[in-house]
Write a protein that binds this ligand. Structure first.
Ligand SMILES: *Cc1c(COP(=O)(O)O)cnc(C)c1O
Length: 469
């Protein structure tokens, strides 16, 4: 970071830091750290902006990114559908009333029992990228609709995915024809440009590849019903990323120019983009030491209980940071190494980050843009509890700053909310949190929201929603 940028970071919260999670609001949340403060109105705002930017798009939220029930419920209430990678994720959606018929199963390599169980639940669209998967699908989900995952250039993303998944363009046509021979419906095409993708041209190239496949298949009498743009839409951390409008401009132009026809369903699977900026990880300073001339800060969250992405990108990117110190913007800042609570050195998250020289044990460190791939990655390693979500902000445009008990069910017209102890542990909180911690949260959280709006948006299921916007 340049000196000027560092100075600005010291004096001003980043512009994308949710107002509802400013330092004063955070100081009023007295839950035990570590916890993830999530502003649900930011999630709603990102969803609205996303659907407005790409006309006709149907988002299928990639729930692995943040599967807290209030996040899922907020998105479902706004009309989002979902993308799953496992039968476990599908079950979580069913718990909150999402119809499996509206869900995409986008993991290209699945367990046979998971295929059969998803099919039995009513899910009918599965991705694949290989011949082996097609035989599996034909056997365990006969007649299902299948969409092919193309390998695309993801070299400009922070988390590339294409070495693990994706059919080569020259194999794709034959695979789709094999699907038809096996009694499956060659339904669509998808790709993933890699997570936190910073170049708009990646989408244009990928849409070109999808368009070429669509044109080739037309010669075989195959008309695809879905084009799925995948995920990868970036969020703002510290580095600049192209704004959504710029990405959407590229995508909208590519859709006009590079497709032989427009499929009935234009889908996307945003994950990070919808949730990352909505949350702040709140941690407490456990220790401050000088080791070999280096300032070390020990906090109660680390790579193993929430901040795993700092390991996947060591020295490549940073999270916006702030502290609970009232002198934060007034005192000089000095470089710190910030590490987690475990006895393993690889839970160290940040190197050389500037923090107030006055920071001391008991102060809180706020990690911004922490809503994506944090709760869902957190383990109990070394006996340290994963952060619990604490929700502020109402869904769908309300600006009220109220906290909600994470376990509160979102099911419409439930006569009485079950007590946290009655609630299955996978409701309202990552499944690794037990009922004991739910009860603890419930007793800590003061204000309870009235029941959330009904989950299911009115409207036809599946691809019929494509024409809605
Ligand atoms: C993880 C994933 C996504 C979401 O990716 P983001 O970069 O978080 O938007 C979308 N689709 C599939 C198939 C995924 O595996």
């Amino acid at each position: 970071m340049t000196a000027a940028l560092a100075d600005q970071a010291r004096l001003d919260l980043p512009g994308h830091w949710p107002a509802a999670l400013g330092p004063r609001a955070l100081a009023e949340l007295d839950a035990q750290t570590p916890f993830l403060a999530v502003d649900l109105s930011t999630v709603a705002d990102r969803y609205a902006a996303f659907t407005a930017a790409i006309p006709g798009i149907s988002p299928f939220y990639a729930m692995k990114c943040n599967a807290a029930q209030d996040v899922l419920g907020t998105l479902a209430a706004l009309g989002s559908s979902f993308e799953v990678a496992s039968i476990g994720e599908l079950r979580m959606l069913q718990e909150i009333g999402v119809d499996p018929a509206e869900v995409l199963y986008s993991n290209p390599v699945k367990a046979p029992h998971a295929i059969a169980a998803a099919r039995a639940a009513g899910l009918w669209r599965f991705s694949f990228d290989s011949e082996g998967e097609l035989y599996k699908l034909a056997q365990h989900a006969p007649g299902a609709a299948v969409y092919i995952r193309l390998r695309v250039d993801d070299s400009t993303s922070l988390f590339p995915l294409s070495r693990k998944f994706g059919a080569e363009a020259h194999e794709a046509r034959a695979l789709m024809l094999l699907a038809r021979e096996l009694g499956l419906e060659p339904y669509g095409v998808t790709f993933h440009v890699g997570s936190q993708c910073a170049t708009t041209s990646a989408w244009r190239q990928a849409i070109a590849a999808a368009g070429a496949l669509m044109a080739a298949l037309q010669e075989d009498g195959v008309h695809l019903r879905m084009l799925d743009l995948g995920g990868g839409f970036p969020s703002r951390y510290v580095e600049r990323v192209p704004p959504l409008d710029q990405i959407a401009g590229t995508i909208n132009a590519a859709l006009e120019e590079l497709l032989p026809y427009r499929p009935a369903l234009l889908a996307a699977e945003p994950g990070r983009h919808l949730v990352a900026e909505s949350a702040v990880m709140v941690t407490t300073v456990l220790g401050r030491e000088v080791r070999a001339g280096e300032n070390w800060l020990y906090v109660d969250v680390g790579a193993y209980n929430g901040m795993m992405e700092t390991q996947q990108t060591v020295q490549q990117w940073r999270f916006p940071l702030w502290t609970s110190r009232t002198d934060h913007a007034l005192v000089p800042h000095v470089p710190f190494t910030v590490t987690g609570p475990s006895c393993d050195s690889s839970d160290t998250m940040f190197y050389g980050v500037n923090l107030p020289a006055t920071i001391e044990v008991g102060d809180r460190l706020y990690i911004g843009s922490a809503g994506a791939y944090t709760l869902s990655y957190a383990s109990h390693f070394n006996g340290f509890a994963p952060p619990e979500p604490v929700f502020v902000g109402g869904p769908a445009g309300t600006n009220a700053t109220v906290q909600r008990i994470p376990s509160q069910p979102h099911l419409p017209s439930s006569p009485a909310a079950p007590s946290p102890a009655d609630t299955p542990s996978h409701l309202g909180t990552p499944s690794h949190l037990g009922t004991a911690s739910l009860a603890a949260t419930a007793s800590r959280v003061a204000t309870v929201l009235p029941p959330a709006p009904p989950l299911r948006a009115a409207g036809p299921p599946g691809e019929a929603r494509a024409g809605r916007r």
